[in-house]
Design a protein around this ligand. Sequence first.
Ligand code: ADP
Ligand code: MG
Length: 697
Amino acid sequence: MATELENSIQYLSGVGPKRAELIRRELGISTIGELIRFYPFRYIDRSGLTRIADVTPDLAYVQVLAQVTHAELNPKRLTVTVADGSGEMDMVFFKGIGWNAKRLVAGERFIFFGKPQLFNGRLNMVHPEVDPPQGGTVPQGTLTGVYASTEKLKNGGVTGKVMCKMMAAALNLCLPEIKESLPEYVIRDKGLVPLTYALRNIHFPKDNYALQKSIHRLKFEELFLLQLSLLKQKFIRSREEKGLYMPKVGPDFNACYNALPYTLTGAQQRVIKEIRADLMSSRQMNRLLQGDVGSGKTMVAVLSCLMAIGNGYQACMMAPTEVLARQHYANICKYLAPTSVRCALLTGTTTQKERRGIHAGLEDGSIGIIVGTHALLEDNVVFHRLGLCVIDEQHRFGVEQRSKLWAKGPGVAPHVLVMTATPIPRTLAMTLYGDLDVSVIDEMPPGRKPIQTLCITPGRVDAMYKFMREEIARGRQVFVVYPMIFTNDKMEDISNVEEGYEEIVKAFPLPDYKVAIVHGQQTPETKEFNMSAFAAGRADILVSTTVIEVGVDVPNASVMVIRSAQRFGLSQLHQLRGRVGRGAQKSYCILVRDYKTSHEAQQRLDLLCRTEDGFEIAEEDMKMRGPGDLEGTQQSGLPISLNIASLARDGLLLNEARIYAQQVLEQDPTLDNPRNAELVRELRKEKYNIRDYSKIS
Ligand code: ADP
Ligand code: MG
């Protein structure tokens, strides 16, 4: 039986097939059920009537209750003069002239709502909204919803007023058949208003209190169902997927730990405890470790690997590029010196002979930790007992690649620790990686020198070159980064980085200076070669596009120059800046912005000059640009679209919803209890069928 909710909006009075098609095209709304879930994005307070005597052209919107005194009709325009005893003004219409002339007859009283302006010394309103003094077809509250609209909609006659009328008709039709979407106990526990009340009041608020209660209810519903769907997947998986039981830490862990030249930060200790608890839980660990560049993630990874080894397992650590893998390998070897663990490196350039040795060592278990690139995924890499996979910079790996690695476990999927240096706001992480556990290192090791960040215009580039020469004379190295520009979607236009390279080579000529260049049009080999040359100190300056964003550690680099900085996202700039400040010397980040920079872009750059806190920057970035534009979410695309709640603004509510969803699932993991029937029904909706691309096993 078709319900009103599934009916097309064309059957609503005043809509018809043409408007219905327009609305479908412009707003993606076809059914009445979809229409009532299209909420106003703001409200106009129409609670007060203004006396005409008090109306001035600088008021935004006003509403007057006045009597028509006379109307003047000409072919192009209808001017209706109205008075309310305190004064008079004109209502002007260029469209709907005939219809308005018929109803706005002298002696009748109406409420006029619109933007007042002064024209030829007289106050008027052009195309005001006109309502009879009491009620109409649209419920009369004090607040009027404003719906998102487009030029095409307005031209097609779907004005705000028409939208309100449609909404009123839709609600009248379908409110009686709307089923509550949340179980009764949830509504009670959380003190929510019923769905029908919320829907009525989100469109036609009785008053501000009713509106706030309704917004709260609808946001909670959205976030709660979203978290429920994400966490349900996680609950099911962790019940189904047995994990390797690793109760001990073992002697190698202790040897490494005791020999550390520093004490772990509080954040590192906390995260290691979290990982240890996972490894002892008999369930498979799926943990995302977030921490700013330099926060000490590698250390945590090494200690985690050693826990696996302490229980008779092997560990692997996979990095997205050869340079990064090499770097990890070198660092890890240092940490492993006090232990008896054998570590090896496997990349695309490992020779056949070395490979054979490594393959044998992995198969017989004599190699405890293997560090590498995609080469680790190859079929002939077979482990004796793989217990833990650490993945650096996860977004570079596809799900298929990862699952190849998991299949290398001893019949049971290994534990998984994914590390990323792209701070993602907590609310986003909870949603994007809803089914992963998230650990955060939010504390930097002591003694790190702040990076001095400044923003200049191209006029000061010569002074900057002088400064670069001074730094190079001190034995330091410099990054110069250009934005990646894509011509037709895919092809990277490298002309700006090539021109930049020419300019730099001219300003820093051989034989005194050596300049390397890296960009996306080079072969992976050339890229690696140039990057390694810079990492090894054979070049003073590295000119590049953002390919260097991830990971590369060049402690000797002290200056990061970013050209056309206004073109970058905040998080990306922050990532780039993190490439310097890794050594003992003072470091600098110089943002060169073009003369033509928008106010908004300037704000981003200012924020960067002000703070080095990656999480603060990520939060701000999300507020400024919305979650869909954040790095780390772009490649994947946000898997969800929220109707009313905002990941940027409703963090607290999201947290509450998540905790509550967890409680519900702890009581009833499969939601089989009849009292959760509403939830099962709602989760079937497409909106909550979230593509589980973060699923990593
Ligand atoms: P990340 O991988 O998070 O970018 P690393 O693990 O490479 O960071 O650590 C950055 C630097 O800080 C390394 O030189 C490391 O030895 C050092 N480090 C890590 N933890 C600490 C600590 N608790 N105290 C002092 N230095 C630390
Ligand atoms: Mg690192």
